[in-house]
Design a protein around this ligand. Structure first.
Ligand code: FAD
Length: 552
């Protein structure tokens, strides 16, 4: 037992937790309409672990013994389950393949170093033996950032960072903390909270992803409007490379040439293994509230988010769902009873009297943090912008529910997979002036792909993570698949990604590149940009042993 927690090998999160629809009366008709699936169909069970065909490890005794010597007996594992758990992330492609016993190339050994010196030992031993090193955080990425390249002939070592999970030091005067890279979200927040601090980085995968993974994939959390993306939060770091250590002290800013810190952020293990990160931390706010609003249309919601970004207001979350995603959110609510049911009916009647078409209505969540005086001021500013765009505030209730449930939503994907439907996400960012056309083009492209496949598909979107010059659009898509789901998924995914780059948006705002998004890199950063990045990888890793094949 290594003491490191992992998600279940066949799906999201922990065993025994799942999505249930029976207490959500609108869910079954919603799914029937969206993807022509009756959720009452008996679920299929994922393949039994014993039925997986796990290839034998390619591992010389000498290297195994060396690794055991470095990390200690019991921390260099070659059993099938450890190797399978470390093969994939959690994209729908990963889950479909694992459920279909299409494992491909599986790491040969999983090592759990206890400290930076052991990480250095493992990396140096790998370099000496010409073995591949793939750093493993929480295994939650959805871009194909972990799987060994198909047909890899060299030994593949998965380097699990899970034992390096401590907050080492807090510089209270500067608002900085030094944290080991393998710390998962709840681990590091608990340690910070116990001293009155927070990182403020809450991706939807928070419960199962790590600080090192966030940095290596340029992650963004739902409160990025206030706290920044991980690229803003991570101020300094340490990274082990073959034969050397990169040490970047925490600095608020620096003019020391092209930023090595920025080169490492988003590097997906291609430059080395991040062992520690200095991050900005903040005092826990006295008040934290998520307020819900309704807008009559998507256009009104978008315009309001733009105006909030231009205004003096500085909320921690800005999020508005399109009408389809708003319908989905309402369909996943539990049955309302008593006063709450009456209040909801009254609200809907008021909106209808105002001339709203309830099918076009868009749900928005805005987060506020700070002293109660500051929060009241912010709410007033935002409230007047919402009203100017025809919106209406509906209080804290739905926001509090969203806040509680946000980390449970990923379980829905496994529920749908068990019933024959594939669901996944693609997200992007673009300037404000392009967001509407990016949205329209992406929806049209997905629908064309569904027509081409002859499937009844669904796509919905929300805007989140607002910046001065633009915002992120986050699309969720789903369809009932046939017996070739990976190929069908690829058609839809390709159409969506292509629509992003063709419309002037990026291939991903915060899910990184991995193998899945690599085909669009040249269109995203230009041929010259690819040459520059390739030169960096070639020079930094002449043996090609650091998570090869990812990003480019
Ligand atoms: P892993 O998946 O283990 O690894 C990802 C990549 O980083 C790999 O290339 C790996 O080699 C490299 N890596 C990991 N640790 C290190 C290290 N110490 N040094 C060097 N390289 C390393 N992402 C967001 O940003 N925001 C979200 O809201 C969000 N929501 C998600 C919701 C769901 C349901 C899922 C499945 C994913 C979501 N993601 C989100 C994507 C994912 O959680 C992020 O990409 C996350 O940052 C990955 O972290 P990890 O620790 O799981 O890394």
């Amino acid at each position: 037992m290594t003491g490191v927690k992992h998600m279940k090998w066949w799906g999201w999160g922990v065993e025994g937790v799942g999505f249930h629809w029976q207490d959500k009366p609108a869910f079954r008709p919603f799914v029937q309409k969206a993807v022509a699936l009756d959720v009452k169909v008996p679920p299929s069970k994922p393949i039994a672990f014993e039925d997986l065909t796990v290839p034998a490890p390619i591992l010389a005794d000498e290297l195994r013994e060396t690794l055991e010597r470095i990390v200690g007996l019991g921390y260099a594992l070659t059993d099938d389950e450890s190797r399978v758990v470390h093969t994939f992330g959690k994209s729908i492609r990963d889950l479909l393949r694992i459920r279909r016993n299409e494992l491909g190339r599986v790491p040969d050994i999983v090592v759990y170093p206890a400290d930076e010196a052991q990480v250095q030992g493992v990396v140096d031993a790998a370099a000496e033996a010409g073995a591949v090193i793939i750093p493993f955080g929480g295994g939650s990425n959805i871009a194909g950032s972990l799987e060994p390249i198909p047909g890899e002939q060299r030994t593949v070592i998965s380097l699990d960072m899970g034992r390096l999970n401590r907050v080492l030091e807090i510089d209270e005067y500067s608002g900085l903390a030094r944290i080991q890279a393998g710390a998962q979200g709840p681990d590091l927040e608990e340690q910070l909270n116990s001293k009155g601090w927070t990182l403020g980085h809450f991706p939807d995968s928070f419960t199962h992803s790590t600080l090192g993974g966030w940095v290596a994939t340029r992650s963004s959390g739902m409160q990025s409007d206030k706290y920044g993306d991980i690229a803003d939060i991570a101020r300094g770091l340490r990274m082990v490379r073959p034969g050397e250590l990169v040490v970047l002290r925490p600095l608020p800013s620096t003019s020391t040439g092209p930023s090595v810190r920025e080169m490492i952020i988003g590097s997906e293990g291609r430059l080395g293994v991040i062992t520690e990160v200095w991050v900005n931390v903040h005092r826990q706010p006295a008040v934290r509230e998520v307020q819900a609003y309704f807008f009559p249309t998507w256009d009104a919601g978008l315009a309001a988010m733009h105006e909030i970004a231009e205004s003096d207001a500085s909320p921690s979350i800005t999020r508005v769902s399109d009408a389809r995603e708003s319908g989905f959110s309402l369909a996943t609510r539990k049955e309302s009873k008593g006063f709450s049911a009456v209040a909801q009916n009254t609200l809907m009647n008021v909106l209808k009297r105002r001339g709203w078409n309830l099918d076009d209505m868009c749900l928005s969540f805005i987060g506020y943090e700070g002293t109660s005086k500051h929060v009241s001021y912010e709410k007033r500013l935002v409230g007047s912008i919402v009203r100017k765009h025809g919106g209406i505030g509906v209080g804290k209730g739905p926001g509090a529910l969203y806040d509680q449930k946000k980390f449970d939503t990923p379980y829905l994907r496994d529920f749908l997979l068990d019933r024959g439907a594939a669901a996944d996400v693609s997200e992007t960012a673009a300037p404000w002036s392009k967001l509407k056309s990016v949205y329209d083009n992406t929806i049209a492209a997905a629908n064309r792909a569904y027509d081409e496949l002859g499937v009844h598909g669904w796509i919905m979107c929300h805007l989140s993570h607002s910046y001065h010059s633009g915002a992120c659009l986050y699309f969720t898509f789903a369809f009932k698949h046939d017996e070739n789901p990976v190929a069908q998924y690829q058609v839809v995914k390709d159409a969506i990604q292509q629509a992003f780059v063709d419309s002037g948006a990026t291939l991903s705002h915060h899910h990184a590149v991995g193998l899945e998004h690599a085909p669009w890199m040249e269109e995203d950063i230009s041929t010259g940009g690819v040459h520059l990045m390739q030169a960096l990888f070639d020079a930094a890793d002449p043996q090609g042993i650091l998570n090869p094949g990812k990003i480019l």
